[in-house]
Design a protein around this ligand. Structure first.
Ligand SMILES: CSC[C@H]1O[C@@H](n2cnc3c(O)ncnc32)[C@H](O)[C@@H]1O
Ligand SMILES: [Zn+2]
Length: 429
């Protein structure tokens, strides 16, 4: 297989400085072997006029929900799920999940994302898409007790553990897994504990939604007499490898708990704004030393999977939440979308240096909205769009070259998703 040389560009280093350099990749091992001037390799990817960055990490999504993009907007979380989303999801077929996952993965590759965490149903279908599309993912079967008998809810958690065992290490280890109970309010306490035990036995993390809305936090405080994350810790859900989505409504003790336990937080600013869930205290989390990544959440609450949008939203909303224009500065936002997300997912990526995974994107800087180039980290946070990505590389393989995705047939993926989405919604009516 030999080496791949990413040649002629500027390179974003882990300390957020930018240098003129080539990046040499071992395609067999899938890692970076050298960063520096005048390297040579077996195959070349042209990065002239471009900025080479770590591939972005979408640390929380429901990728197949691309089929529900634009299906239901402008409602708060609880009504949106109960009135619009869950009724349609009840009609999902495995082929819908595969079509939606393909569409989402296509969108992510085209916008420079090389790794994602996914909570959904029929994860064998998502795993098959990840395997052939070539990116990296931590997948989990989303288990939910709401609306189910005790036996069915238990079986759902058992399925989450079983799927985590079955797919961990699949696709040449590009796929890892987690046990994924939906949330602290939609899964019963006994089953949350069962999820934690099953994950510990299987040697995988637990991933769940937590503290997303005030309506979700208040009943736990009333019923359990403690903050949701203190209660989650008692249930075994705050180990170092575990990670939660949202963390919008957190008090100081919960922030300290996250920092002490090493539990990761995935910030989903667009979803939090669209559902009016609130503003996560991101600068406070960063100051406390909490590991924070970024996620789009599903395409039905975003409504796209472009992590550059998320980067900009995180920087902007972080300032608003803190009442301080210096909060969540550009380098912090870029770090959350790269190294932060990789740390949350437990993958050795998110930075360009020898030894790290060769998960990379090349951003084309030759565009009016990226001119002049005073500060390229500022551009990454505030001005770059997913459509500026020229090449995407994961595990040393080129997934997109000159905006052509090599591992998926884009036209066929879009046509299939369009058809599946239309039939799904008609079936659910
Ligand atoms: C059980 S699989 C995942 C489940 O989560 C739903 N979902 C999508 N977005 C959100 C969100 O922001 N908070 C909580 N749950 C969400 C999705 O529709 C699936 O039913
Ligand atoms: Zn979610």
């Amino acid at each position: 297989m030999g080496t791949l040389l990413i040649h002629g560009g500027r390179v974003l280093r882990p300390d957020m400085t930018v240098v003129d350099a080539d990046v040499l990749v071992d395609r067999e091992a899938g890692d970076i072997v050298a960063v520096g001037p005048d390297l040579s390799g077996d195959e070349t990817l042209n990065a002239d006029g471009g900025l080479v960055i770590p591939g972005l990490v979408n640390a929380h999504t429901h990728v197949a929900m691309t089929l529900l993009r634009g299906h239901a907007d402008d409602k708060p979380l609880d009504r949106w799920l109960r009135e619009d989303i869950w009724p349609v999801e009840a009609a999902l077929e495995p082929g819908d999940i595969e079509a939606g996952a393909e569409l989402g993965v296509l969108e992510m590759i085209r916008s420079g994302t090389t790794a994602f965490a996914d909570m959904y149903f029929e994860i064998d279908r998502t795993a098959a898409v990840v395997e052939r599309a070539g990116l990296r993912a931590r997948l989990g079967h989303g288990a939910i007790s709401a609306g189910k008998s005790e036996a069915a809810a238990r079986a759902d958690i058992e399925e989450s553990v079983e799927m985590a065992r079955r797919f961990d290490g699949a696709a040449d280890s590009r796929i890892s897994t987690a046990v994924m109970p939906h949330s602290l309010t939609t899964v019963t306490p006994d089953l949350l504990s069962l999820a934690a035990e099953g994950a510990a036995d299987a040697g995988v993390p637990v991933h769940y939604h937590a503290n997303e809305t005030a309506d979700e936090v208040d009943p736990i405080v009333e019923k359990r007499g403690r903050r949701p994350l203190m209660w989650a810790q008692d249930l075994g859900l705050c180990r170092e490898s575990d990670f939660l989505a949202h963390g919008v409504h957190l008090d100081g003790d919960e922030i300290d708990l996250l920092a002490e336990t090493g539990t990761g937080v995935v910030h989903c600013p667009a979803s939090n704004m669209k559902l009016a869930s609130g503003m996560a205290p991101i600068q406070r989390l960063l100051d406390a030393g909490v590991t924070v990544g970024l996620g789009t959440d599903g395409a039905a609450s975003n409504n796209d999977l472009d992590l550059f949008d998320e980067l900009r939203d995180a920087a902007m909303l972080g300032k608003l939440a803190a009442g301080d224009a210096s909060a969540v500065a550009a380098p912090d936002a870029v770090r959350m979308a790269t190294a932060g997300g990789a740390a949350v997912l437990g993958i050795d990526a998110g930075r360009i240096e020898p030894g790290a995974a060769a998960d990379l994107a090349v951003v084309d800087l030759d565009a009016p909205h990226l001119t002049p180039d005073h500060d390229l980290v500022s551009h990454l946070a505030y001005a770059v769009n997913g459509s500026d990505v020229r090449h995407t590389v994961c595990d040393g393989q080129v997934l997109m070259r000159d905006r052509e995705v090599l591992t998926l047939d884009a036209a066929a993926v879009m046509a299939r998703a369009e058809r599946r989405a239309r039939d799904l919604v008609a079936r659910a009516d």
